[in-house]
Design a protein around this ligand. Structure first.
Ligand code: ADP
Length: 620
């Protein structure tokens, strides 16, 4: 007995014990695998004369046997050799252990359904309804066949077997019926036909059902019926398709469990004609934000799949879109290199990009809730898009991004922010913090909030970089609340100058006490109740410094720090006194305030022990 890889075992366990209610999807998963296996052989037949089959020879067969309690799915596709059986069915396809375990740790009490979809564990879904699964397969071109067999988590066996022709035959021995689950429904020809019609109608190869029927005289007869229409869904008339049709197709084809956030189905005429069927997932695949994720659309030439992920059809910022393009004008044996340089392909890509932007804009305008949930999944990608290529796509994307408003406590677009700006506000303000809750606590936001200015919360690493690239929206500059000298009224300016003048010597003493730590110490115009905060001068902000410090090669980048003090705070008065009476103690105050400002910013402090000792010396 061979063991499943650890992560596969866990998936299997989930699958078997999952509370997932749509168990019937196992059928579409297995049929879809069969169809893929036939696609592979068919594609090979275009260049390989040893494949003697013609287009009409391919088929997927379902057989029901009530007595044996078995459902069998057979295909005459490319098949699997011993290694492929071990590799493909002994581990979950394409998953890496860590990502999976991370997801598992994050997920709630019924993680089954979500994980199942994210990890593309199609084949394993058979265990939701089966007590035992056997896979008899013979790879095309090989004389040997193998039998894979498993009853679940315990493991599986693979041994040599007999099979007259290439292809794969999967036999499910269904579980016994229980109070809640009637597994024998999958032995009912009527039910099975309906499921095929519902989920797999578009499959390009005939799916036939063999079953025995008994008439009223007790005579048994073997019936055989083709269940699917074989017309690819995207070739059907849009008016005849329901959201359920699209949803089912999307889920089976792209291995998701959730309905897409949007579906776009259209045909274009021109130098090159094509039909496009595009979907935006409503949740990010587990590996979306990793190198492992490959963007791209399926490319069909007249209904034949010629490339599974044609990356050139999608810009990076819309890399989450799944779907396909089918064109009668593409040649079947077009190579990857040719595709890369293909001008026609570029023009398709341009129009796809436009289409996607249109879909997202209309979702944003017409279904805000859905858009916000979509943005949770893929907003980061859109923001990377703003930033990448020095903002080459910024114009395209700037109206699609959301940032959380501190005042409204919900995500807003730049447009909404600008429209709500009160008179006298000239810039778009933002604050960087780990979370919106922390942003709301930042002392730097005090004065602006008092003025009734809203502030955008930047919580992702890329955010501030993206706004820096964008520079302004609708003529309104983006400004960090920490940038010094934020649009002050003349009165405020005068007041600050007066306070700074009065305390000139004190401020320069404090500046000296903090040499090497801050570039200067100033009387703050930002603070109202709080005594101290840190801001920065110049292009590099403290948040950006934090981000860069994690990036190889940019460790040295330092923001020019400014320590801001609230001249109306009692601690400032105390310092004025110390300036006359005890300068050693004042120097310690300077260090303490600086360290507090670091803590507020969430920055590491140089010497925590000294900080603690100093505080204690004041406490006793
Ligand atoms: P996925 O289909 O997402 O890759 P599955 O777990 O459903 O994941 O299948 C794993 C792999 O097993 C497939 O990628 C394919 O290589 C192989 N496989 C599954 N079913 C068949 C089949 N009927 N014929 C040939 N290969 C198959």
């Amino acid at each position: 007995m061979r063991q499943f890889k650890t992560e596969s075992k866990r998936v299997l366990d989930l699958m078997i014990n999952s509370v997932y209610t749509h168990r019937e999807i196992f059928l579409r998963e297995l049929i879809s695998n069969s169809s893929d296996a036939i696609d592979k052989l068919y594609f090979r037949s275009l260049t390989d004369d040893s494949v003697a089959l013609t287009r009409d020879d391919y088929a997927i067969t379902l057989e029901l046997d009530k007595d044996a309690r078995t459902l069998r799915i057979s295909d005459n596709g490319i098949g699997m050799d011993e290694d492929a059986l071990n590799e493909n069915l002994g581990v979950i396809a394409h998953s890496d252990t860590r990502a999976f375990n991370d997801e598992l740790a994050k997920s709630d009490q019924s993680p089954g359904s979500r994980l199942v979809g994210q990890f593309g564990v199609g084949f394993y879904s058979a265990f939701m309804v089966s007590r035992k699964v056997t896979v008899l397969s013979r790879a095309f071109g090989s004389q040997k066949a193998y039998l894979w067999e498993s009853e679940g988590v315990e493991g599986y066996t693979v041994k040599e077997a007999e099979k007259p022709a290439h292809g794969t035959e999967i036999t499910l021995t269904l579980k016994e019926d229980t109070e809640d689950e009637k597994y024998s429904e999958y032995l009912d020809p009527y039910r099975v036909s309906r499921l095929v019609k519902q989920y797999s109608d578009y499959i390009r190869y005939p799916i036939t059902l063999d079953f025995t029927s008994t008439d009223k005289d007790g005579n048994t007869e073997i019936e055989n019926r083709t269940l699917n229409s074989m017309i690819p869904l995207w070739r059907k008339n849009r008016n005849e398709l329901t959201p359920e049709d699209y949803g089912g197709f999307y889920k089976s084809k792209f291995g998701d469990f959730a309905d897409p956030a949007f579906t776009s189905h259209y045909s274009a005429e021109g130098a090159i004609s094509y039909t496009a069927l595009l979907f935006a997932p409503s949740q990010a695949p587990y590996n979306f934000y990793s190198r492992e994720y490959e963007k791209g659309l399926q490319l069909y030439a007249n209904g034949v799949l010629i490339m599974d992920r044609c990356a050139d059809l999608l810009p990076d910022h819309f890399g989450f879109v799944r779907g396909l393009i089918d064109s009668p004008d593409l040649s079947l044996n077009i190579s990857r290199e040719m595709l890369q340089h293909d001008r026609q392909l570029k023009s398709i890509a341009k129009s796809i990009e436009k289409k996607i932007k249109g879909e997202l804009t209309s979702m944003l305008e017409n279904d805000r809730e859905k858009y916000e949930s979509f943005f949770k999944a893929f907003g980061l990608q859109l923001k990377f898009g703003l930033y990448n290529g020095f903002g080459a796509n910024a114009d395209q994307l700037k109206d699609l991004v959301l940032f959380r408003s501190l005042a409204k406590e919900k995500p807003v677009t730049f447009k909404e922010y600008v429209e709500a700006m009160p008179e006298g506000q000239e810039a778009i303000y933002y604050v960087s913090a780990e979370t919106p809750a922390k942003a709301a606590l930042m002392p730097q936001t005090e004065r602006l909030r008092e003025k009734g200015f809203d502030i955008l919360c930047l919580t992702e690493d890329v955010d501030e970089f993206a706004l820096k690239i964008l520079r302004a929206y609708d003529g309104k500059e983006f400004r960090s609340v920490s940038g010094s000298g934020l649009d002050l009224t003349d009165e405020e300016k005068k007041e600050q100058e007066a306070k700074s003048g009065e305390n000139k010597d004190l401020l320069s003493f404090l500046g000296e006490a903090l040499t090497g730590k801050v570039s200067k110490v100033v009387v703050s115009t930002l603070l109202r109740k709080h005594p101290v905060c840190l801001t920065s001068e110049g292009d590099l902000s403290i948040e950006m410094e934090k981000v860069l410090s994690h990036m190889p090669g940019s460790e040295g980048a330092k923001a020019e720090r400014v320590l801001e003090l609230n001249a109306d705070h009692p601690v400032f008065a105390a310092m004025r006194t110390l300036f006359v009476t005890d300068r050693d103690k004042l120097a310690m105050y300077a260090k303490l305030l600086y360290t507090q400002a670091l803590l507020i910013e969430g920055l590491p402090i140089d010497d925590p022990v000294a900080f603690s000792d100093d505080i204690c010396s004041l406490m006793v």
